[in-house]
Design a protein around this ligand. Sequence first.
Ligand SMILES: NC(=O)c1ccc[n+]([C@@H]2O[C@H](COP(=O)([O-])OP(=O)(O)OC[C@H]3O[C@@H](n4cnc5c(N)ncnc54)[C@H](OP(=O)(O)O)[C@@H]3O)[C@@H](O)[C@H]2O)c1
Length: 259
Amino acid sequence: MAAPRPASPQDGLFWITGASSGIGRELALEAARRGWRVVATARRADELEALAKACPIPHAIIPAPCDVTDEAGMAALVARIEAEHGPISRAFLNAGLYLPVKIEPFETSKFHKSFAVNLGGVANALGAVLPGMLAREAGQVAVNASVAGYSGLPSSAAYGATKAGLINMVESLKFDGDRRGILFQLVNPGFVETPATAKNPFPMPFLMKVEDAALRIADGMDRGAFEITFPRRFALILKFLRILPYPLYYALSKRAMGA
Ligand SMILES: NC(=O)c1ccc[n+]([C@@H]2O[C@H](COP(=O)([O-])OP(=O)(O)OC[C@H]3O[C@@H](n4cnc5c(N)ncnc54)[C@H](OP(=O)(O)O)[C@@H]3O)[C@@H](O)[C@H]2O)c1
């Protein structure tokens, strides 16, 4: 079997979850500019219709609304899309939410919701799209985790746990993917200006424009390296912090974040 390689628009469709706003929306527009037919999934059908209309390339974006926590709905959606429009050769599994949590009150529901969308949603998407890719012995799947998954951060016990889980999930899947022709990639962005971060009350170092983030992801997916992370300097600082002994990690991060 040939080594997995990045998919191209000639191979099939590009499926993006969480395409109704922020990073997913911007990547859908960028992918259309690069010649892809994009299947755009999120819950808000009206926003997906608006995205398809806003795209300057006619019929390049196919609205495909679904809640990623609906396992059967996701499988049915992929089956319908592939029957009507052809195979999905590239996927960006990006739907997610950030719910800050405190130790008191300890809101269990925020943990369960984060796990269901951020982790369960990716599992449901993989369950829907992988059988076809495996049958074709080709495919490309990038999962949007976060640098917040590198190590524990303040207010991030629910979100960070899901993102650390996604990093481990994709690291693990790569073993099988490499043998079966599926290119798995991990996307770990720093702070990006989107509706999700607009409500953050704290300073966001190296905050990036969503258009720049979409370009980095599109370029990274075209190149095919395992990890796509940006801004580089921020990711390097966090990668360095996570290899420190814990006392040093906490001393430095508490000082930097005033936590
Ligand atoms: N912005 C950042 O700084 C940053 C940094 C690192 C990683 N990320 C990750 O990037 C991803 C996108 O975030 P963003 O900043 O672009 O946020 P955003 O603008 O809030 O976008 C989130 C997207 O996820 C979709 N979504 C949420 N729950 C869903 C569900 N149950 N089913 C289907 N779709 C669902 C939303 O659509 P509907 O509401 O229409 O369903 C929306 O399209 C997330 O996974 C986030 O963790 C963001």
